[in-house]
Design a binder for this molecule. Structure first.
Ligand code: 8YV
Length: 328
C-alpha cells in the first residue's frame, strides 16, 4: 500500500514542472499569487501544513514555529541557506528541517566570478556608456580597469561554493587564499593551490579581491564590520554572493564614499530588497538582485531536491538533506 500523501504547503510559486510533480506526489497546496506570504498567511499555513516549503522570503522564526499546529512535521526549504529559519526551535519541537545543498553551487560560483570580472573590468559601466550613446571612440587611457591575472583573491568560507569559485579563479590566474573555520583537506588545498589564513584580519589586509562565501549565522553577522572593512587595501574589491548580513552595509556605503576600497560587487543585501542608498548610483559598485541560483536548471534541481526530501520522509525514511544545528 502506498503511504498517505502529506499535506505540503508551498509559500511561493516554484518552476511549473516542480509544482506539477508535487501535485502528483503529495497533497500539495500552491501559492498561486506568487507574492511572499504575510505573517498572518504564514501563521495559518503552519496550522494546516504537514510539510512547509518556504523560501528565503519567509521568516520562519521561533514564534512561528512554536505557534504551529502539531501536524507540522517538516520544513523543506527551497534553497541552501537556512538563516531565515530558526532551526534550533524547529528541532526542539521535533520538526525536521531540510535544504537543497549542492545543486546551486556552480551557478552561485559563476555569479561570484561574474561580479569579480564586472567590477575589475568595469563591464557594467562600459555597457552603460554604449547603451547611452556616449561611446565616442577608443582612447589609450580611458575606462581602464584592473588586471586579474596574478592578483590575490581571498575567499571567506571554503565550503562548496567557495571551492567552486576557487576553481574558476585559478583558471583566471588568480592566487587563491582563504579563511575558514578550519583548513580544507590537504588534497583539495593542493588542487586549488590555495593558502589558508587562520586570521581573517590578516588575510583581509593583504588581498586584492575578497569574496564572501560563508553562511549567515549568529557568529558571522557583520563579519565585515566597519573595523574589518578598514583593513581592506584601497585598491581592493569586495564581492558578496552569500548573505547581506555578513557586511555592515552602512559601514560599506561609508567606505565606498571615502574611497577606502576600489570596487564592490553585491548580489545580496542586509535588508533585502532594500539597499543602502549610499551604494546606489556608484560607478564602481555593481549590484544584482539576488541572482546567485537564478538559472532554470538550478531552480529545477532545487525543486527536485525538495521533492526528494519530502518523498523520502513520506515513505518513512530519513530525508537526505537534513539540517542539524551543529552543522550551522
Ligand atoms: C535562493 C540562496 O534563491 O539557496 C540559497 O541559499 O540564497 C538563493 O540562491 C534562495 O535561497 C531561494 O530560497
Amino acid at each position: 500500500m502506498s503511504p498517505r500523501k502529506l499535506k505540503v504547503v508551498l509559500t511561493r510559486r516554484l518552476p511549473d514542472a516542480v509544482e506539477t510533480r508535487m501535485r502528483e506526489l503529495f497533497d500539495a497546496e500552491l501559492n498561486l499569487k506568487d507574492q511572499p506570504m504575510d505573517r498572518a498567511a504564514l501563521q495559518a499555513a503552519v496550522q494546516r501544513a504537514e510539510v512547509l516549503v518556504p523560501t528565503i522570503t519567509d521568516v520562519i522564526d521561533a514564534d512561528l514555529i512554536n505557534g504551529a499546529g502539531e501536524q507540522l512535521k517538516m520544513i523543506a526549504n527551497f534553497g541552501a541557506g537556512v538563516d531565515h529559519i530558526d532551526v534550533d526551535a524547529a528541532v526542539a519541537r521535533g520538526i525536521i528541517v531540510t535544504n537543497t545543498p549542492g545543486v546551486l553551487t556552480e551557478d552561485t560560483a559563476d555569479l561570484a566570478m561574474s561580479l569579480i570580472l564586472a567590477v575589475s573590468r568595469r563591464i557594467v559601466e562600459g555597457a552603460q556608456v554604449v547603451a547611452e550613446g556616449r561611446f565616442e571612440g577608443w582612447t589609450p587611457t580611458w575606462m581602464c580597469g584592473r588586471k586579474l591575472w596574478g592578483k590575490r583573491l581571498g575567499i571567506v568560507g571554503m565550503g562548496r561554493i567557495g571551492q567552486a569559485l576557487a576553481r574558476r579563479a585559478k583558471a583566471f590566474g588568480l592566487q587563491v587564499h582563504y579563511h575558514n573555520r578550519k583548513p580544507v583537506p590537504a588534497l583539495i588545498e593542493e588542487e586549488l593551490g590555495a593558502t589558508y589564513w587562520d586570521d581573517l584580519d590578516q588575510m583581509l589586509a593583504r588581498m586584492d579581491i575578497v569574496s564572501l562565501n560563508c553562511p549567515a549565522t549568529k557568529d558571522t553577522h557583520h563579519l565585515l564590520s566597519a573595523e574589518r572593512l578598514a583593513r581592506l587595501q584601497p585598491h581592493a574589491i569586495l564581492i558578496n554572493t552569500a548573505r547581506g548580513e555578513l557586511i555592515d552595509e552602512a559601514a560599506l556605503a561609508q567606505a565606498v564614499a571615502m574611497r577606502a576600497l576600489s570596487g564592490v560587487g553585491l548580489d545580496v543585501f542586509e535588508n533585502e530588497p532594500a539597499i543602502h542608498h549610499g551604494l546606489l548610483g556608484q560607478s564602481n559598485v555593481v549590484l544584482l538582485p539576488h541572482l546567485g541560483s537564478a538559472t532554470l536548471e538550478a531552480r529545477q534541481d532545487m525543486g527536485d531536491r525538495v521533492i526528494a526530501n519530502v518523498m523520502t520522509y513520506q515513505n518513512g525514511h530519513r530525508p537526505p538533506d537534513r539540517v542539524i544545528p551543529a552543522m550551522l
